[in-house]
Design a protein around this ligand. Structure first.
Ligand SMILES: Nc1ncnc2c1ncn2[C@@H]1O[C@H](COP(=O)(O)OP(=O)(O)OP(=O)(O)O)[C@@H](O)[C@H]1O
Length: 635
């Protein structure tokens, strides 16, 4: 091999060693809170090893002194001592087995909590780029990898090292030639271990990654099962899953094949060592250079090495699997949130709700700029309606208010304080959100409405539901507020889910509201109820609304027309209609039709109602009243 390639290979080994060492020290660091029981476990390892090392010494004494001198009492004492040592070894081995499992369970418990808390605290930007399946597999499979690493990888490695060092010392004290013969396997084991470790690690990393991909495929197709069925793509999904499943199986088999091949090789090396010891030692005994007792003790020590050596393959396997898992877990734990509280962040309290966007620029993940020089001054209690074609940046603008993302230029202030100078929790407590994609939890309606306020009373929940115009519907359900809504609220219609989400926000009683109200079309009655709910929720609060409803837009104090991330027109409905610019065009395109449709439908409804109720009224009076009421409704 050319020198340059050798150097490259060596430096890649060194780098990989350093990298693995860093992960190893971090995994060992996880034991810190459980240091006491970890130390007791290591003591158990040392004592169990010590107890088993005594036995060959006793056997040597039995053969060389007890048997030769016919010392029956000595033989009995030695037998009792061997039994005692075996019992102690068993006891300490039990302690080591039990404690290492218990410590590893505690570590995985801590790690699961730590990961979960960290994931909860990471910003939107992280979750935008992450796959749920990968995160779930890190939370489960990888943490299990660390859990197994501790008793089967780390503890066994400690056991092997303690045994090797102690046996080597004792062998040299018995006979240095036989000690060298026995320990001839050590260099082989060292080379073998490093080779296996280097080659098995990427395989385990691949297994764990593929496991994550499989979880993602599964999670996606199960949560999107309605789309799958609607497009009759079950076969396609099954095929996709099967391919990924095969990949995972192939990588796992590759790892297993690798380990299966190495196991017999190790046992073979060990058998050669035993044969060598017997041969060299046997000749020495025949030539009277060595006592029979010493030979027996040496072979016993060689046998003691058998257990760690036999499990060496598994140990390296668990060790490298644990390191691969550690790499994936620490990757997540090392990710810092792009939105964090400033060190001296203040609590945002008793606000009036004055919101100012000052020359705000924004880009996702430092990519293409989405918002350009946005300036909005919303006085307390004002309604700001955002209008624009799809993809113009309306939702992005709304997401800046609760600091889901940070502005990349300019500033965003609430009551004159930059949102980056206050704690996220206090900021979000003052901002109520009803987002485009309503998400309900798999819980009861009561729990869903009360989600944002800890310890909300039933009365508060019912009141919020009444204002959100959903109470009456809930009361028609057999279980009322205790109705289980299913995953993501599948058992409810879009309009019902939206009103529950409005009630949930209302309960927070926020000073600022963010409503991404671009809902899909709903029937007239629901539309009317949602409109009423929105009006109730906006009353007296500074509201930012992505409006698709005519009345919301018309009643807004300020209307912003957004185009490609810029405010291109601003004003009230009347002033903008007069301007006859983009708003007037959007209004014609999106809202006038709605207005005419609503007017027609309402007129029909009113006519119907009046006809029903006023049959007994004189026709002239009726016409007069009807026209007056129609005017009222239309207004
Ligand atoms: N998480 C994200 N990461 C990167 N780009 C994004 C992300 N969310 C939105 N975008 C991009 O930002 C631009 C503005 O999207 P935004 O959702 O703000 O538009 P919108 O006006 O609210 O559209 P709609 O009316 O359809 O909801 C789009 O080009 C979109 O592709």
């Amino acid at each position: 091999m050319p020198l340059e390639r050798q150097q490259k290979l060596l430096s890649s080994y060194v780098e990989s060693f350093k990298f693995n060492w860093r992960i190893l020290t971090r995994i060992v660091g996880l034991l810190r809170p459980h240091w006491f029981w970890s130390v007791v476990t290591i003591l158990c390892v040392a004592l169990a090893t010590g107890a088993s090392l005594v036995v060959p010494q006793l056997l040597q004494w039995v053969i060389d002194v007890g048997v030769r001198n016919g010392d029956f009492t000595g033989l009995l004492i030695a037998a009792a001592a061997i039994l005692g040592a075996s019992a102690l070894r068993g006891l300490f081995a039990y302690g080591q087995g039990y404690l290492s499992q218990s410590v590893s369970q505690d570590v995985s418990y801590d790690l699961r909590n730590k990961m979960y808390d960290h994931l909860q605290n990471l910003s939107f930007a992280f979750h935008d780029d992450s796959e749920t399946g990968q995160l779930m597999s890190r939370m489960t499979v990888d943490i299990e990898g660390i859990r197994n690493f501790l008793p089967f990888g780390l503890m066994r490695a400690c056991l092997a090292i303690v045994t090797f060092v102690a046996v080597a010392g004792l062998l040299f004290s018995l006979d240095w030639v036989l000690a060298l013969v026995t320990l001839i396997c050590v260099p082989f084991l060292a080379v073998f271990t490093s080779q296996v470790a280097v080659r098995i690690r990427p395989i385990w990393l691949a297994v764990q990654n593929e496991n994550g991909v499989l979880s993602t495929v599964m999670q996606e197709s199960l949560s999107g099962v309605r789309v799958v069925k609607a497009f009759a793509r079950e076969e396609f999904e099954m095929d996709k899953f099967d391919k990924q499943n095969q990949l995972l199986r192939d990588y796992s088999l590759k790892a297993m094949r690798f380990m299966a091949w190495n196991q017999p090789l190790l046992v073979f090396v060990l058998n050669i060592v035993t044969v060598l010891v017997l041969w060299v030692g046997g000749v020495a005994v025949i030539q009277h250079h060595l006592s029979l007792g010493t030979l027996v003790a040496v072979t016993q020590y060689a046998l003691l090495l058998a257990t760690p050596v036999r499990t060496f393959g598994f140990m390296v396997n668990w060790f490298m699997r644990g390191l691969a898992a550690g790499e994936r877990i620490f990757n997540v734990l090392d990710t810092t949130s792009t939105v964090v509280d400033a060190p001296n962040a203040k609590e945002l309290k008793n606000i009036e709700g004055h919101v100012q966007f000052e020359h705000v620029d924004f880009a996702y993940n430092r990519g293409r700029q989405i918002l350009h020089d946005i300036n909005i001054d919303a006085q307390p209690g004002q309604v700001v309606a955002l209008l624009g074609v799809t993809g113009s940046g309306k939702s992005s603008l709304l997401h800046l208010l609760p600091r889901f993302y940070d502005v990349t230029g300019g500033s965003l202030k609430v009551d004159g304080i930059d949102v980056r100078d206050v704690t996220q929790v206090s900021l979000r407590r003052n901002i109520g959100l009803v987002l485009q994609d309503v998400f309900l939890f798999n819980a009861t309606i009561r729990d869903n409405i009360g989600y944002g306020v800890r310890g909300a009373t039933d009365e508060q929940i019912y009141n919020a539901a009444k204002v959100a115009r959903i109470h009456e519907f809930i009361m028609t359900l057999p279980d009322g507020y205790d109705t289980w809504v299913g995953e993501r609220g599948v058992t409810l219609s879009g309009g019902q889910k939206q009103r529950i989400a409005i009630a949930r926000t209302l309960l927070l009683d926020p000073r600022i509201l963010v409503l991404d109200d671009s809902t899909s079309s709903v029937d007239m009655e629901t539309e009317y109820l949602i409109q009423q709910a929105l009006e109730a929720v906006m009353k007296g609060r500074t509201s930012f609304v992505v409006a698709s409803r005519l009345r919301t837009v018309k009643n807004a104090d300020q209307i912003m027309v957004i185009e490609e991330g810029q405010i291109v027109e601003r004003g009230t409905h009347d002033s903008l209609i007069k301007e006859n610019g983009r708003y007037a065009r959007l209004y014609d395109l999106q809202l006038r039709e709605q207005e005419e449709f609503e007017a027609r439908a309402l007129a029909d409804q009113v006519e119907e109602e009046l006809r029903k109720n006023r049959k007994d009224v004189d026709t002239t009076d009726y016409m007069e009243i009807e026209n007056a009421e129609k005017r009222e409704v239309m207004r």
